[in-house]
Design a binder for this molecule. Sequence first.
Ligand code: LLP
Length: 422
Amino acid sequence: MYKNGTFHIENISAKTIVNSTGTPVFVYSKAVLYKHLNAYLNALRNHPCYCTDYTSHLLCYAVKANSNLSILKYIASQGAGFDIVSAGELERVLIAGGSPDKIVFSGVGKNYDELKKALDAGVYCFNVESEAELFILQAIAKQVNKIAPVSLRINPDVDANTHAYISTGLKENKFGIDINQAEALYHQATQCSHLSVKGIDCHIGSQITQLQPFVDAADKILNLADRLMSAGIHLTHINMGGGLGVNYADEQVPSITDYVNALCNRTGKRKLRLLLEPGRSVIAEAGVLISRVILTKNNGYKHFAIIDAGMNDLIRPALYGAKHRIVPLLDEGRDTANHYDIVGPVCETADCFAKQLHIDLNKDDYLVILNAGAYSMSMASNYNSRPRATEVMVDADQWKIIRRQETTEDMLRTETPYISGE
Ligand code: LLP
């Protein structure tokens, strides 16, 4: 949003932030985070929960989308739960004040220590993805004399119509338990002394921009849930996994309310609590990545603007061919005949944020890469030994650094220079 020709995050000028923090810097808007998170929470509140064990549905924010402690703390303060996939994420959620009885633990390869830590913490449910995991969990629970609450993640074989790398609900994908094997495994789970069957779940993929795949998956899962319940297996929840995609470039995406309504309507008056694990749609639009043009370059064939953010800061364009809109920090209406490829400094041709952007650019101009709140900083790396960027949170007319930029010292801390014989 521009005010007086300068990009603002809420009431704060982006110029004020970069003058103080330098670049690259991720800036998040608390108001936008509030808006999307509460769109989910309110839509869920509007549907009665007919489950006999719980009085309300549950939102579990997918921590992997953005795991900054301040963001998690804010999400916890709004009453949401969390979907975690590692002991690291568990630790983050607990530090941020998340309540264990609102944590679901997903992931296709949870290891012994992770399962044990989550059992010790008393998480709400383990989303189990294989027969092997079910029996490992039973063994650990028996060892520590605890009952592990479980849901089986079902692979419904539904095409999410999304990028192949983030499509997870097809037979050929590594995720979940084949829908045809699930019933037998549920019966085995009920026989396990230290497991308590709680629910059923699925997650068919991410950046899904239509409701139909979600509805198709819900129908398959609900059909299975009905069969299980009539066979005497007591399920308390259905977890439909991640949320909607977002509009990065020109995608048409249904509203969060329509998405929640569609799933609640499908669930109907069944005695089930609905769980959702959205990540991207909660935080993507709340974040921008601001970067400075280090230099421009004309190779006689093309113009390039080389910026100080790289694929190590935001890997989505390089990895998925994602297109994030890019706008100038100062909207001065400068005209240009030139088109620029916006590229980072990393030594890979894939380190490219946009091709042939029609924008006037000079050295030291700033660019704002939009919708960079999700799967951006959480996927950042130190590739090329580049320190990870600063993160800032804006709240109305206040702003604060919520993660300082890494230093070279931070990056080297865990290494020991060694050659054999020394
Ligand atoms: N639940 C499970 C079990 C998941 O695996 C995921 C995402 C989510 C929930 C959250 O889904 P969402 O609401 O964010 O769509 N790095 C990729 C996205 C990977 C998604 C992985 N799983 C990207 O940048 O597009």
